[in-house]
Design a protein. Structure first.
Length: 235
């Protein structure tokens, strides 16, 4: 029987719908539709520099906070997140995730912790475990990208899960408890690979908001993750 850490238990599985795939003309209504099925919302912040696309900033997060009590998981795809972390915190973000590729990770972790934010670190699919390993004992969440960030609706890149596997093994061997989140192409089919790699938080955009019943779509992903976890526990 496979032993799983408490960080990857059935009660700790989360689907985090990405609002990037929601209808921004009816964003509040879209969130209301999905809210009964989830505990987190994923907020993709793109600066037009670190990634080619340009999306939203603290004013939208502030509006979201007025609309919902869900955990706001803000993924900062930015070259200079340190200049904006306080604004996101003040707007109502619960956690912020910065990319290891931009450097200055030690200072960013310290800044997020000082602001009272939950600390996240992201790595792109072409990154390595060695890039994130030095920081794993100081973060709350590791985000492993299974697409290259910048646009929604991309196909799933399973190679991005290798870092998740290594992080899971390191976490369990060292008694750590950070979440492992996967973002990119996650749906009812690919979520099984994510669970097998050690993930417990699953960002899903198109697979939720592009469905006729977003709440049911989110539940279906969660159920598929739970089923896989149960199967792994008995294998």
């Amino acid at each position: 029987m496979t032993q799983r850490s408490s960080a990857q238990s059935s009660s700790n599985l989360r689907v985090a719908p990405s609002i990037l795939s929601a209808n921004f003309t009816t964003l509040g209504a879209d969130i209301t539709l999905v809210a009964p099925a989830v505990e987190w919302l994923h907020v993709d912040v793109m600066d037009g520099h670190f990634v080619p696309n340009l999306t939203i900033g603290p004013p939208v997060v502030q509006s979201l906070r007025k609309t919902t009590d869900l955990y706001l998981d803000c993924h900062l795809m930015m070259t200079n997140p340190g200049e904006h972390l306080a604004a996101f915190k003040n707007a109502g973000a619960d956690g912020c995730t910065v990319h290891v590729e931009i450097g200055g990770t030690d200072a960013l972790i310290e800044q997020m912790r000082g602001l009272g934010l939950r600390v996240g670190l992201a790595v792109n699919p072409d990154g390595t475990f060695a890039m994130v390993k030095p920081f794993l004992d100081r973060i709350d969440l590791l985000l492993c990208m299974t697409v290259f960030p910048g646009f929604g609706g991309q196909s799933f890149l399973p190679a991005g899960l290798e870092i998740a596997r290594q992080a899971r093994d390191f976490r369990d061997a060292n008694g750590l408890s950070f979440d492992i989140e996967v973002d990119g192409g996650v749906d009812t089919t690919t979520v099984a690979q994510c669970v097998a790699a050690g993930a417990n938080v699953f960002v899903a955009g198109s697979a939720v908001f592009n469905k006729d019943q977003p709440a049911e779509a989110a539940r279906a992903i969660h159920d598929a993750a739970s089923t896989t976890l149960a199967q792994l526990a008995t294998s």
